[in-house]
Design a binder for this molecule. Structure first.
Ligand code: DGY
Length: 321
């Protein structure tokens, strides 16, 4: 019997081709995330689901899919949208897309660091608003990165890639996280492992690269923001809920930190309205992995995971509970 593969949102042709070899592809044509009801209906009878980070895939969705469901492939490295234990308990394999989006995400994180510290958004808005301006020595001054400290929360693959870029800009690296990196990684990056509160106290730029888990939800809350240096910047390219967005707006209003660069939001696509009006905040709409090459590689990896499981092989990048 042919397997049905439910794909919840557009994916590149390269990935569709891989899937078409493994089963019959059912592609959602909605140009928006499916609602929970629509998702349950859409996956009914499928053997595989290729899902996006906005799809909440839990035991209920798996039960709605039915007994043929073998694999759920998330087209993202983060998988906080998936109830992995509930799926594993039903014998369903879960996969993600690590590795292929490391550089693109690190580039975007560094882009945000440069944009907020050098006030690129402000300058761009000024010109577009046709406001008269002229060069003078005190005009739109930002902050240099040379000799400053970058605090990386979570020195995994993406955190390390950000650190490599920071070294090129003459920054020092400190990091915190659940576990310490290997000695050779620390050595190559000159990275010092410090407790989270010390990282907050000592960093000029704090960049978040930890996954969203119950432990990291609101890791950056009002207290954490107060602990940061007054001239420091916060960068978030991981998951919105790692930062308490209202507390961040308060901290910016109170001048507790100098600015923020945010690619992810607590309740995407909504954004805390007070952040929208602040000049010292750079906002991008979850673009971390958004290059043609990277998104294609992510979708193809997800498709290969599905094809492998459906043809009796092992998943390439499995997430274990
Ligand atoms: C991921 O893969 O988790 C990213 O957020 C997508 O850009």
């Amino acid at each position: 019997m042919t397997s049905t593969i439910a794909v919840t949102r557009w994916i590149p042709d390269e990935a569709l081709k891989v899937l078409a070899e493994a089963g019959e592809v059912k592609l959602s044509r909605a140009d928006r995330p499916l609602t929970p009801d629509e998702l349950r209906e859409f996956v009914r009878g499928s053997s595989a689901i290729v899902g996006m980070l906005h799809d909440r895939i839990d035991g209920e969705v798996a039960d709605a899919a039915g007994p043929d469901l073998k694999v759920v492939a998330n087209v993202a490295v983060g998988y906080d949208n998936i109830d992995v234990p509930a799926l594993a308990g039903r014998g369903i394999t879960v996969t993600n897309t690590p590795g292929v989006l490391t550089d693109a995400t690190a580039d975007l994180a560094f882009g945000l660091i440069l944009a907020v510290t050098r006030r690129l958004g402000e300058g761009e808005r000024l010109i577009r608003s046709r406001t008269p301006w002229s060069f003078h020595l005190g005009f739109l001054l930002g902050s240099s990165l040379q000799d400053k400290t970058l605090g990386i929360v979570g020195l995994g693959q993406i955190g390390q890639a950000v650190a490599r870029r920071a070294l090129g800009f003459g920054m020092r690296i400190v990091y915190s996280g659940r576990s310490r990196a290997a000695e050779d990684v620390e050595k190559t990056l000159g990275a010092k492992y410090v407790p989270f509160d010390e990282l907050l106290r000592s960093s000029d730029v704090v960049s978040l690269h930890c996954p969203l888990t119950p432990e990291t939800r609101h890791l950056v809350d009002a207290d954490a923001l107060k602990a940061m240096k007054p001239g420091a910047y916060l960068i978030n390219t991981t998951r919105g809920p790692v930062v308490h967005e209202a507390a961040l707006a308060d901290a910016l209003e109170a001048g507790e930190i100098a600015g923020a660069g945010l690619d992810v939001f607590e309740a995407e696509p909504e954004v805390e309205p007070r952040l929208l009006d602040r000049e010292n905040v750079v906002l991008t709409p979850h673009l971390g992995s958004a290059t043609v090459e990277t998104r294609t590689a992510m979708a193809v990896l997800a498709a290969e995971n599905v094809a492998s499981v459906l043809t009796g092989g092992n998943p390439l990048t499995e997430v274990r509970p």
